[in-house]
Design a protein around this ligand. Structure first.
Ligand code: FAD
Length: 343
């Protein structure tokens, strides 16, 4: 039984079988494809684990933000105010909430695509949804588990010094979240799966269809916002389009294999950031439509619109730096030899 960084309630051991015999499942040389039937579901489930830990870390931090008092609030003027009334703490909680909502939406969209890949009315639609499922699975796994770690880390930060002390419980989410980017295929392996197999298996059709869908939503956003919130999504989608075309070109040249692998992590992160923003924008549009009918909780619906704006300001702006990392090239990383790294 191993001593681990986190998930102490889940005992883990390594077993080695000497002289074991195995039974072939299916036809020879098709094992990897068979395994992916299980792996797609398992990877989505681990993405959901990232969402679950992030949500719990958020709830914990939200409660502490109301309980802990410190400093004068610039908003209320109160001395010894609850820390939630300081802009920086409100920023952390808002970003946590927005990222949890985006990761949850990505995982749910992946599940919807997986269902429709089996149940849609005709072959063409089933194939289209299968393409979306395949494209989304590595993103749901890797992006959501990274969000699990980021949000759990922010949760520790909201707790200040008490976050580093075990009795508050904030540190446990941080430790428990850290395994999810590693198991069921490390997030580096997910990124390689995305650029190596998923992106080009249909000549880029699934990625291009996604870009078309995202642009359609962006075109409707003018109904809700003017200026920055619309521009940020438009620019981020453009970054996805540029990165996708760059990768498809690079993949067509075997000599650029290292360029593709050097771009993998940044491309997955860019996709996750922008798909998350697109889905929150759809949520904001749906909230606006419901508000116009006069039904539902108006404050909650306004909150969905503000949540997209928070996400657009804090996350979508990173799209240009993700795009820069996509184009860094394999040769640059190869020049970072052991001599350079250890100097
Ligand atoms: C708590 C826990 C529970 C687990 N439970 C199970 C289980 O129930 N069943 C099971 O089968 N396994 C289980 N695992 C194993 C887990 O799936 C592996 O640890 C994981 O897939 C990573 O493989 P590895 O440890 O061999 O890392 P390595 O392959 O050694 O990877 C080390 C680093 O190198 C990178 N890397 C490796 N190869 C490449 C490459 N070709 N290109 C680019 N980068 C690369 C990785 O991304 C990673 O960053 C568990 C592990 C842990 C820690």
């Amino acid at each position: 039984v191993e001593h681990k960084l986190g998930i102490h309630a889940s005992p883990t051991c390594v077993m080695s079988y000497e002289g074991a015999t195995a039974e072939l499942v299916g036809r020879p040389n098709e094992g990897l494809a068979h395994m992916f039937v299980m792996m797609n579901a398992a990877r989505l489930a681990v993405g959901v684990e990232g969402v679950g830990i992030a949500e719990r870390a958020y709830q914990h931090a939200l409660a502490y933000g109301q309980e802990r008092r410190q400093g004068r609030s610039v908003w209320t003027g109160e001395m010894n105010a609850p820390i939630i009334d300081h802009p920086d703490v409100r920023r952390m909680l808002s970003v946590m909430k927005a990222k949890v909502a985006a990761a949850r939406a990505i995982c749910l969209s992946t599940a919807v695509a997986a269902d429709l890949a089996r149940t849609a009315a005709n072959d063409e639609d089933r194939l289209r949804w299968k393409g979306r499922e395949d494209l989304f699975v590595p993103i749901a796994k890797a992006w959501s588990t990274d969000v699990g770690c980021e949000v759990a880390s922010l949760g520790v930060q909201v707790h200040g010094g008490m976050g580093f002390i075990e009795e508050t419980g904030a540190a446990q989410y941080y430790r428990d979240a850290r395994i999810a980017p590693i198991y069921e295929g490390t997030n580096g392996v997910q990124a390689m799966d995305l650029v190596g197999r998923k992106l080009s298996q249909d000549g880029g059709a699934a990625a291009k269809a996604l870009i078309t869908d995202m642009k359609a939503t962006c075109g409707e956003l003018n109904r809700l916002y003017s200026g920055k919130p619309v521009e940020r999504l438009a620019n981020a989608i453009e970054a996805v389009e540029d990165a996708t075309l760059w990768l498809l070109d690079a993949k067509a040249e075997p000599a650029r294999a290292a360029d593709v692998l050097a771009a993998a992590d940044a491309y997955l992160k860019l996709m996750g950031d922008v798909i998350g923003g697109w889905l929150l924008a759809k949520g904001a549009l749906a909230a606006k439509a419901q508000m116009e009918t006069g039904e539902g909780d108006a404050a909650w619906l306004q909150g969905r619109m503000d949540l997209y704006e928070v996400y657009a300001a804090n996350v979508l702006g990173h799209a240009s730096s993700r795009l820069a990392a996509v184009g860094q090239g394999g040769a640059l990383l190869q020049r970072m030899t052991l001599d350079v790294l250890s100097a």
